[in-house]
Design a protein around this ligand. Sequence first.
Ligand SMILES: O=C(O)CCC(=O)C(=O)O
Ligand SMILES: [Fe+2]
Length: 309
Amino acid sequence: MAAEVESLASSVQELSMNRNGPPSRYLLKDGIGLNGDSSFPVLDIPVIDLGLLASSSPESEEQLDRLRSALSYCGYFQAINHGVEIYSEKQTLDWNDRLYLNTLPIEIRKLEKWPKNPEKFSEMLCEYTTKLQGINEIILKGIAKSLNLEENCFVKQFGKKPTTLARFNLYPPCPTPHLVLAAKAHGDASGTTFLLQDREVEGLQFLKDDQWYRAPIIPDAIVFNVGDQLEIMTNGIYKSPIHRVVTNKERERITAAFFFAPDPTSVVEPAEGLIDENRPRRYKKIVDYTANYFEFFQKGMRPIDDLKI
Ligand SMILES: O=C(O)CCC(=O)C(=O)O
Ligand SMILES: [Fe+2]
């Protein structure tokens, strides 16, 4: 027991040095039903050219069609040509160490607590957030247009002070990948999520029609996915996909996720233009969706299910 309590206080990186494998609090009861990551088929993940999407060229329409069909089909895509330079108690625990940093709004940044090494970390993170913020706006407008809505309708729902949370995920190698998940299945509480995948090590999987699929690595692409709050805003037309991360026996994996969410004081609800007699309102209004997210998550539930009408 003492050893177990002690092990919970360690970082996963430290635990990964132990040859006996992860402590019991990391072990899934039934494993995840695989003998290695490669037993899942590779996902045919749509690719969208953001440069073209934002342009006024004729190709922008084609990208808009792709966006519409990607989001109707699955709720995620890989964004290319985005113009952002990529730098280089009871619950079963996830095999990862995480660093969370609020990057927007600017006044909630705690710069003094951000890592000092590498030296340019804070500068790069601020710059990166600003660039993604621009891309987020392009995508939100594209999504509105893809649903024949006024282009600012989702940007407006994000409110005056939308938030951005950066989460850095370190997934050390795990000696028993069939028993441990690096991140359990979840939908993101965000409005929108941008993920910089590890350049070499796969691990992310999406659930589609009751089957798990591996998300392939496309160098320099950013994985975008719809979060729960955008599912609400689109009245369920675009769904927040369930995803998880599997562990890897040999290799460490590092990713960075950026969660863009509406101002916690803004009302989030299905856009008026997406409600009619054929498609009634499917979700109740909500303010500060993320506030109860982890409470629900720990009970194996999703707050979005509680909002369904
Ligand atoms: O690291 C990954 O591949 C995905 C991480 C993720 O889903 C999350 O942080 O919400
Ligand atoms: Fe996620």
